[in-house]
Design a protein around this ligand. Structure first.
Ligand code: AVJ
Length: 326
């Protein structure tokens, strides 16, 4: 038997990323997975996006949560105590609103953030434990897009899984359904999920939110190319690509693309790729699905949840759903 050993060292780019980039860029049309946005620089850019005047998403959801936190926590707890699980450790700021409301009802609250990044979890743990006495953080390093498990709940407790920020919007409808079914399998009847979804609204509001005047979203989109240049030795010329946000009414989603301004060739030596771009050809980098009224409820029901409460803002731009596992 012959064993071929590859020179794997810590400097070599992550294999999962290499495989995803290769698959996407040899496809026709070209695409890249949106999780590539979130290296350190991309995460900082996303934080800036959440504060842009055009990006209504974060502030609208935060408004709903601030107004309804007590009601949400009471409905999820019923007559038991509550423990909170969160998918992704990124939305700390909005989660704190819910944690504060939970600590008002019971002296101690167990908070279990689930994230692939141990660093993000450690940061969240530090911040939350320092800022909200009474919250005990028990982080879980797991990829929640795959089947995930939870420890048995504390005696006399119900769980509420928090999945806010319109994170579900990055998934195709069938993937979103699969993700919610995974969540359901990790829960017991009576536990619940709090799901934040962005809703369909007029096209120009949507487009402005993904193509802001200050160009932060353009930088966020192009950060993918910066990353490929740095991590794979690619030679993307950032000025030769333009940020494009497109509303796709058929699929009810905002698409982000990087459009080649000219005919050009790009090399990615570490992946042994030689790419050709026609002028106007795009790399599709993100889908952000926008839900129609009733759609999230139907998705939740198909995944084994009973739709219980829906809260929205005055303009009907964002929906927060609390649904109990049946
Ligand atoms: C983090 C997926 C909710 O779709 O609005 C923001 C990402 N992309 N601007 C979204 C994003 C461009 C964001 N999510």
């Amino acid at each position: 038997m012959t064993t071929i050993s590859l020179p794997l060292n810590s400097l070599q780019p992550d294999k999962r990323m290499a495989a995803a980039v290769t698959e996407g860029l040899v496809s026709q049309p070209k695409w890249l997975p949106s999780w590539l946005f979130y290296d350190a620089a991309g995460s900082r850019l996303f934080d800036q996006i959440t504060e842009l005047p055009e990006y209504y998403v974060t502030r609208t959801e935060r408004g709903i949560l601030s107004q309804r936190a007590e009601e949400i926590v009471a409905a999820a707890a019923g007559n038991e105590a509550l423990q909170l699980v969160e998918l992704g450790a990124g939305s700390c700021d909005k989660t704190r609103i819910l944690l504060r409301a939970a600590v008002e009802r019971q002296d101690t609250v167990l908070y279990e953030p689930v994230d692939v990044s141990a660093t993000a979890l450690a940061e969240a743990q530090q911040r939350i434990e320092a800022e909200i006495p009474g919250v005990l953080v028990s982080p879980r390093v797991e990829d929640y897009t795959h089947a995930f498990t939870l420890d048995p709940p504390l005696f006399g407790h119900r769980r509420m899984v928090i999945y806010i920020g319109s994170s579900i919007g990055n998934f195709e409808p069938h993937e979103a359904a699969g993700l919610l079914r995974n969540v359901r399998s990790a829960l017991r009847a009576g536990d619940s999920i709090l799901l934040g979804v962005d809703l369909v609204k007029d096209q120009s509001t949507l487009l402005d939110a993904y193509d802001d005047a200050a160009g932060v979203t353009a930088d966020f989109n192009k950060n993918i190319l910066v990353r490929l240049n740095r991590e794979f030795g690619a030679n993307f010329d950032l000025d030769a690509f333009a940020h494009r946000a497109v509303w796709n009414p058929t699929h009810s989603r905002i698409e982000m693309h990087l459009e080649s301004r000219i005919g050009q060739a790009v090399q990615i030596p570490n992946l042994e790729l030689n790419l050709c771009f026609r002028r106007g050809e795009t790399i599709h980098t993100e889908n952000s699905y926008k839900y129609r009224p009733g759609q999230a409820e139907a998705l939740l029901r198909s995944a084994g949840f009973g739709a219980e409460h829906t809260w929205t803002d005055e303009r009907g731009w964002f929906g927060v759903h609390l649904a109990a596992a049946v």
